[in-house]
Write a protein that binds this ligand. Structure first.
Ligand SMILES: [Zn+2]
Ligand SMILES: [Zn+2]
Length: 248
């Protein structure tokens, strides 16, 4: 199974490509399962009349725009259903620094196939570091995006195996983010390279039963690197670790 569960489209303001362009690029790269998950703050504005300068007013129609986005992605899913399996997700900013970035507390995301949580390990995260409570609030399967979970777990004074085991029981997966593009200054994630060479970490994750996901976090179709996605998927499965939604 080759999956990429983290792709952006023009619904994210840091991305310009149409969903079709993203999907076709991913298909051409040989990916079998794609998770589109735009930033909630792009989707919530839905590139329409609700724009940045309306500030917190946009929250009133947040639900409507989330639905509209979901419907659009469902159309895309149907359009390409013979070529690729598409899941419709959303990437949730949990930073409370800027009002219009954070997902409003009353916004319903439970109808999405999954949600990726970002900034879990940030001191200003509205999760307060409580992954399990926030996952419950989402009401859909949740994954942790681009976070060094071993460092996060240690910072909470918890034991890695037990924490990952709890994640597995709650159906929360952990993303291996293999991004390498200009949007992120061609930086790669240290926790991912560490995990791929650290046998001890691999054993903990494997025994816990927690699932991993692979995401390129693509924002620009022209900079997509399917080989990074493929090799990460292969490495994980060779370790005997299951990918999130591998059975879908
Ligand atoms: Zn992110
Ligand atoms: Zn992202």
């Amino acid at each position: 199974m080759i999956q990429d569960l983290h792709a952006h489209t023009y619904y994210s303001f840091c991305s310009q490509d149409k969903p079709e362009k993203m999907v076709e690029t991913v298909i051409a790269g040989g990916i079998q399962q794609l998770g589109i998950c735009d930033h909630n703050y792009g989707v919530g504005c839905a590139r329409t009349e609700f724009c940045w300068d309306q500030g917190t007013k946009l929250n009133a129609d947040y639900g409507k725009t989330l639905n509209r986005y979901y419907d659009h992605m469902n159309m895309i899913r149907d359009k390409y259903s013979k070529k690729i399996k598409i899941l419709c997700g959303i990437e949730i900013c949990t930073l409370k620094a800027k009002d219009s970035y954070t997902l409003p507390t009353n916004a319903d995301v439970s109808f999405f196939d999954f949600a990726l949580i970002e900034n879990l390990d940030h001191p200003n995260s509205i999760t307060g570091g409580d992954l399990f409570a926030y996952a419950k609030r989402c009401g859909c399967p949740v994954g942790v995006a681009h976070t060094d979970m071993f460092a996060f777990i240690e910072s909470r004074g918890e034991e890695p195996y037990r924490y990952f085991r709890k994640m597995a029981e709650a159906g929360i997966f952990w993303e291996m983010n293999v991004n390498y593009d200009s949007i992120h200054g061609f930086k790669s994630h240290g926790y991912v390279s560490e995990f791929f060479k650290n046998k001890q970490q691999q054993d903990v994750v494997k025994k816990s039963g927690v699932r991993l996901s692979v995401g390129f976090d693509g924002h620009i179709a022209a900079e997509y690197k399917p080989d990074r996605v493929k090799s990460a998927c292969k490495l994980i499965q060779d370790m005997g670790i299951r990918l999130a939604f591998a059975d879908r």
